[in-house]
Design a binder for this molecule. Structure first.
Ligand SMILES: *Cc1c(COP(=O)(O)O)cnc(C)c1O
Length: 437
């Protein structure tokens, strides 16, 4: 039995067994790979220590949060509810940073203040947020982080670039004086400076950002003891892509932080916040082929799987490509994008889901146009496995569209067991909050 690809520790027989035990569609996660990724990140070269925070919006299942926390990672939450979710999974507030677009008003502000008293690090991301929380933080001597909008960005697609001028995340450099002025007046100390320039993982943009951010710390933030470079470490999903070289990025950061120390006599700790890098390749969607159609001589072959955009919306949102695998009804691997078998098969098809929506396709390009892919022609009843869906799929899918239920999540553990970590949603759960009369 062979492994599914060069990243995975999952054998072909595992999705087949998962299908029999839990039904399709389901998400299947590879515990061994998640653990390896966490360890590799913790071992990144650094000058005066490194904190690795898992960006939990990538996949927020509590069992997975516990797993990465047990490996020594802290958390990066993107909403107050994510902080609460991490805490429900057993993670203490003082291991969580909150970076959010929300503004803490009324009850939410009271909630936030309680959590800040228990150690939650608040990453100020706008002047308005600073005005709402700064007074409280100053009065209680609670130190905060500030997210700076550096004016450079990196995204695999425009919609994932968070540092360019057209994206709105963080306090823009042009507002820095206002933020610092307010902080002085209200006794606010910024112990950390933060940027997150996007999920493209362009190493050049990452390096540029390190230099820029260190310059900002040097000029404006005398109290900062820590510098966060955010997430955006690229993880290759397809055989023709390449992942971020974390050793080389770590070495660069280390050298720059050391030279900062020699200039300023300040030892900065470094933080990173990967999401995608840890989880992208750890997840597979196990779906079943339920139909095949064509649109004639000039048209396409279509393969209909029982999980589509409500399971993996990334092709529609970003034009992302994901690896495909076909496993026969008897458990044989008939096709893998990772198998090097010479010329690609002549058969080409577009893989679609069961939503009434023309964008429900796993084969969309950046302009959301269907682009057929080569694969071995499957039969109805075969398994279609979609790889690279560990991050930003389960947590981001529009799963109740067409009243399809949220699908179960299964962890393939290091000791070779299949463990259900989220049950399938029921129809009753979909309608439970409706008020009929
Ligand atoms: C989304 C996000 C991350 C993680 O990005 P990845 O591309 O998944 O590594 C890190 N930090 C912040 C503030 C984010 O919003």
């Amino acid at each position: 039995m062979e492994r599914l690809n060069n990243f995975s520790s999952i054998l072909t027989s595992v999705p087949y067994e998962a299908k029999d035990r839990f039904g399709t569609p389901l998400y299947l996660y590879d515990e061994k790979l998640i653990v390896e990724k966490c360890q590799a990140l913790l071992e990144m070269p650094n000058a005066f220590g490194i904190t690795v925070r898992y960006a939990m919006k990538a996949n927020s299942n509590g069992a997975l949060l516990r797993l990465v926390y047990s490996q020594g990672l802290s958390m990066d939450a993107s909403s107050l509810n994510e902080v609460k979710r991490a805490h429900l999974a057993g993670i203490p507030f003082d291991r969580i940073i909150l970076t959010t677009q929300e503004v803490p008003e009324d009850d939410e502000r009271a909630d936030l203040e309680q959590m800040m008293l228990k150690g939650l690090l608040y990453n100020v991301s706008s002047l308005r947020q600073l005005h709402l929380v700064g007074g409280f933080a100053g009065a209680h001597g609670i130190r905060m982080s500030i997210r700076i909008h550096p004016g450079i960005g990196s995204g695999e697609s425009a919609s994932r670039n968070t540092g360019d001028n057209y994206s709105c995340f963080g306090v823009h450099l042009s507002d820095l004086d206002k933020a610092i002025g307010y902080a002085h007046k209200n006794g606010v100390t910024f112990s950390q400076v933060h940027t997150h320039i996007g999920s493209g993982g362009d190493p050049e943009a990452w390096r540029q950002n390190i230099d820029l951010e260190l310059g900002i710390v040097e000029r404006h933030f005398p109290d900062a003891v820590s510098i966060s470079f955010g997430g955006g470490l690229k993880e290759a999903r397809m055989p023709d892509e390449s992942s971020a070289d974390i050793m080389s990025l770590g070495n660069y950061a280390k050298a720059q932080i050391e030279s900062f120390y020699h200039r300023s006599d300040r030892k900065l700790k470094m933080e990173i916040e990967p999401g995608n890098f840890i989880f992208a390749n750890s997840g597979y969607a196990v779906t079943k082929i339920i139909d095949k159609k064509t649109t004639g001589g000039e048209g396409y072959n279509f393969i209909v799987a029982n999980g589509g955009l409500e399971v993996n919306a990334r092709p529609l949102m970003y034009g992302s490509r994901h690896p495909f695998y076909v496993i026969s009804k008897t458990g044989d691997l008939l096709y893998s994008d990772f198998r090097d078998t010479g010329a690609p098969p002549a058969y080409k098809a577009v893989i679609v889901g069961k939503c009434c929506e023309s964008g429900d396709s796993q084969c969309l390009d950046n302009d959301a146009v269907n682009t057929p892919r080569s694969l071995a022609e499957p039969e109805v009843g075969d398994i279609l496995l979609i790889g690279g869906v560990g991050a930003y799929c389960s947590s981001m899918a529009p799963f109740n569209y067409n009243s399809h239920v949220q699908i179960p999540e299964v962890l393939y553990t290091r000791d070779g067991k299949l463990r259900l970590i989220r049950k399938k949603q029921s129809l009753e759960q979909i309608v439970e909050n409706e008020i009929l009369d």
